[in-house]
Write a protein that binds this ligand. Structure first.
Ligand code: NCD
Ligand code: ZN
Length: 428
């Protein structure tokens, strides 16, 4: 069955076209939709490729009191995302074939949108076996693993015969964090902004440099998650010039918030790496040097967040705030639709090899978000579909809102209402 989306505004070109969708794919484009076919009139609304979030923590299995595949993908679809790539720090962690298959089963049942998984590594003997199941990458937390083990991981992955998988890295140096944290804790203070002193920019720069050296030495592709400082971006820029295969990701909070929010919002703004002061933080002028925006949607309960600064878990839920916040920046002329599409649709599809995603082009999946650029809103965590009802963006005024999300031609969100759908593994 085919149908037409009539009079969609394509950006940045600002032209109106009609799109034919058949069997969940984009079939063709026409200036004027044919009369008799089934038609939905978009009346000149802006359309974007469905957003791809390469960095989410949906907490399923094992931590479903924080989030699960249904609530997490409900939040995603309200926020205009049609594909998510889930992180491995669930219980059990996605470190083995068995855990990967278990997560696949859960997601096939509960996910409203399409999904892929990053695999974790706790023992290199599992790498080859789990790689056959096609994780989008192997994720390594440099704040948690020893240097020798990190080297072992690169070594093992470099020995895989066929296509070598991507390595995603959380770049904060374990040893430095330990030293700085002990020093801060000795002071016996509990005001939230001291958390940033426990993981200063140097901890990130050190880990980024190590990761880049390993990528060079082993000839592997790496993706650096949630880069938070100008210095890290500059290191990555230099590495790219010397032909190291590296891509970078930033989060909406590291882009739009500074250290003062840790003071203002307390643990609701606590995340790893921490928010940075204006001198160190990335700003809009750095966008052209960044490859993707990932939300690092990392939900926790409000009760957990109410613990003291050292005991409260790090993480911010972002699936529902990211697109309205970025559309607001476009309305303010701080970024462009070209940036948005590149950072959160096209590049995630390229980096993680999602062949049918990321572009509104003939033959691609009909993953589409329709946005109303004039619709105003106020960020209110009580309205979140996510189980994590807090946000450092609480009270932010937005202009520009996703009003419809379509996954492979099925409407899954309309005006904030969620409809049934069955998400699919991205490589099936
Ligand atoms: C992540 C989480 O909650 O899973 N939190 C975060 O602050 N980014 C874990 C992590 O990446 O450290
Ligand atoms: Zn994360």
């Amino acid at each position: 069955m085919d149908f037409w989306l009539k009079d969609c505004k394509i950006v940045p070109e600002n032209i109106e076209i009609s799109i034919c969708i058949e069997d969940g794919k984009i079939r063709s484009f026409k200036k004027i939709a044919p009369r008799r076919a089934e038609i939905m009139n978009m009346k000149g609304s802006v359309i974007l490729p469905g957003l791809i979030d390469a960095h989410v923590h949906l907490r399923d299995p094992g931590l479903t009191y924080k989030e699960d595949f249904r609530t997490g993908t409900s939040a995603a679809v309200v926020g205009g995302f049609t594909t998510i790539l889930d992180m491995p720090n669930t219980i059990p962690p996605t470190n083995t074939r068995r855990a990967f298959l278990e997560k696949l089963k859960i997601a096939r049942k509960k996910s409203l949108i399409d999904f892929g998984f990053h695999a974790g590594v706790d023992n290199t003997i599992h790498i080859k076996k789990i790689n056959d199941l096609r994780p989008v990458s192997f994720k390594v937390y440099m704040d948690l693993v020893e240097e020798d083990f990190l080297t072992d991981i690169f070594k093992s992955i470099s020995k895989i015969d066929d296509d070598k998988p991507l390595i995603s890295l959380h770049c904060e140096d374990k040893k430095l964090i330990k030293n700085y944290t002990e020093k801060e804790k000795r002071k016996g203070r509990f005001n939230p902004e001291i958390y940033a002193n426990a993981r200063p920019p140097l901890t990130e720069a050190t880990a980024v440099s190590n990761a880049l050296s390993l990528a060079r030495d082993y000839g592997l592709n790496i993706h650096i998650c949630h880069v938070s400082t100008k210095e890290s971006i500059n290191l990555i820029k230099k590495a790219k010039k010397s032909n190291i295969n590296v891509t970078s990701e930033i989060t909406p909070h590291h882009l739009l918030l500074n250290l003062s929010y840790l003071k203002k919002c307390g643990n609701f703004a606590k995340t790893n790496p921490p928010l940075r002061d204006n001198e160190n933080k990335i700003d809009m002028s750095y966008l052209s040097n960044i490859d993707i925006i990932g939300t690092d949607h990392a939900p926790h309960t409000v009760t957990e967040k109410e613990k003291n600064i050292w005991d409260a878990p790090p993480g911010i839920p972002n699936l529902e705030t990211t697109l309205p916040l970025l559309l607001t920046e476009i309305n303010r002329h701080n970024m462009t639709f070209t940036d948005l599409k590149r950072l959160i649709c096209e590049n995630p599809a390229k980096i993680f090899n999602l062949k049918n995603k990321g572009f509104i082009k003939e033959g691609k999946d009909a993953d589409i978000v329709i946005v109303n650029m004039k619709k105003e809103g106020l960020i209110n965590p009580d309205d979140f579909k996510s189980k994590a009802k807090y946000s450092p963006f609480k009270g932010f005024k937005t202009k520009g809102m996703p009003i419809m999300t379509m996954v492979r031609g099925e409407i899954v969100m309309e005006e904030g209402e969620i409809l049934k759908n069955q998400g699919k593994f991205v490589y099936d």
